[in-house]
Design a protein around this ligand. Structure first.
Ligand code: GN1
Ligand code: MG
Length: 366
């Protein structure tokens, strides 16, 4: 896309000011994002190309986002939420929540939320607590929204059964001849697959309730303001029916890892237990009233579950020749998978301590 094209697309949305320039945001692995700057003192706009290779029903996805942001906005505006914000869509010139260009590609725009920052690595317990509280409140705010109102933007997104089947299929096909490089990782998956199937089994049997969850709770999907308060949850593409275990587990995968998701020096990857504790306390402070005993009992394990499922997805994508996650170099997905697996080993070593932290946090709240 040329610069002129991006500005042309941004002009398909109802913005008051004239556009000065834009810059590309490089963090996500799926969509393309641009910060659009305008003249005057407007905070600017956040323009995104939505990846319709991955999101097959972008119109349904955008309806979800409209429903969810409206629902949370009502609560934020009616309550005293000191500074908490919800993403605000900017309508297209046609009054839709997205713009479809002449190539059939989908675009959307949000108001930019200025003077905020995110954390890729979390070293401060207060920040972790704040983040846990914010993601917990997100689930609580959506608890009274009937889940039939949302479509599943990616079916079976966190279903381990399906992910394992896809993985085995890729290993069998081995379309890029990469299997021989990943035999240690294949063994790693094999040794743990069975225990990982407990969560999907319990979901199937109705022992774990479906709620509306975020489903992509990387810690850097929380915006912090200048006083380091968590003020907004972003990246709403996968908000759909799911388990609270998905949201808790995926957040721990990123919050309590001492290294980045794609760290190449595996000796830097470890579980930061005090950060795990702080996040868990924050998350439980805003969710404990609605959590069932089965959910609480599986919270600590959910961190392993989600780290495993995402590691498995990175590994599968590597074997398949990287069609899904954006990569910056040839073994990027393999490195990401290895980080996840190293983190799982650290979680396994700490599993009793993690269980105890959840139990104690629960006792202190009830
Ligand atoms: C993707 O949108 P982004 O890049 O934050 C992915 C998540 C993974 C994550 C790993 C729709 O998220 O499930 O956990 O990468 N999103 C989708 O970093 O597949
Ligand atoms: Mg995402």
């Amino acid at each position: 896309m040329s610069n002129k094209d991006i500005i042309g697309i941004a002009n398909q949305f109802k913005i008051q000011e004239s556009i000065e320039d834009f810059h590309t945001i490089t963090t996500g692995h799926i969509n393309d994002s641009y910060l659009i700057r305008t003249n005057g003192d407007s905070p600017g706009y956040f323009l995104q190309w939505v990846n319709s290779y991955i999101f097959k029903d972008v119109e349904g996805l955008m309806r979800n986002i409209e429903t969810v942001t409206r629902h949370i906005a009502d609560k934020v505006n009616n309550g005293n939420r000191d500074g908490f914000r919800v993403l605000e869509l900017v309508p297209s010139l046609e009054g839709k929540s997205y713009y479809k260009d002449s190539n059939g590609e989908f675009w959307r725009m949000y108001l930019n939320i200025p003077d905020t920052h995110v954390y890729d690595i979390v070293e401060n317990k207060e920040i972790a607590f704040q983040g846990g509280k914010a993601f917990g409140r997100f689930v609580s705010d959506l608890a009274d929204l009937p889940s039939q109102k949302l479509t599943e933007t990616i079916p079976n997104f966190h279903n381990m059964e399906t992910r394992i089947l896809n993985f085995l299929n890729s290993v069998k096909k081995d379309p890029f001849g990469r299997r021989k490089e990943v035999s240690a990782e294949i063994d790693f998956v094999d040794e743990r697959s069975e225990e990982m199937l407990r969560i999907p089994e319990w979901i199937k049997e109705g022992k774990i309730p479906m709620r509306i969850t975020h489903n992509d709770t990387k810690f850097n999907n929380i915006l912090f303001n200048e006083e380091n308060k968590a003020i907004c949850i972003v990246d709403l593409d996968t908000v759909m029916p799911g388990s609270v275990l998905f949201d808790f587990g995926d957040a721990i995968r990123t919050t309590a890892n001492t290294a980045c998701e794609d760290e190449r020096d595996l000796s830097r990857v470890d579980l930061n237990l005090p950060i795990f504790e702080a996040y868990a306390k924050g998350f439980m402070s805003t969710t404990h009233q609605s959590l069932t005993n089965e959910e609480i009992n599986l919270l600590a394990f959910s961190a392993r579950y989600m780290t495993f499922i995402i590691g498995l997805r990175f590994l599968t994508d590597y074997i398949d020749g990287d069609p899904y996650f954006r990569t910056s170099y040839p073994t990027h997905n393999l490195d990401r998978a290895r980080v996840q697996f190293r983190l799982i080993e650290a979680m396994e070593r700490n599993s009793l301590a993690m269980e105890k932290i959840i139990k104690d946090a629960c006792l202190s709240l009830r």
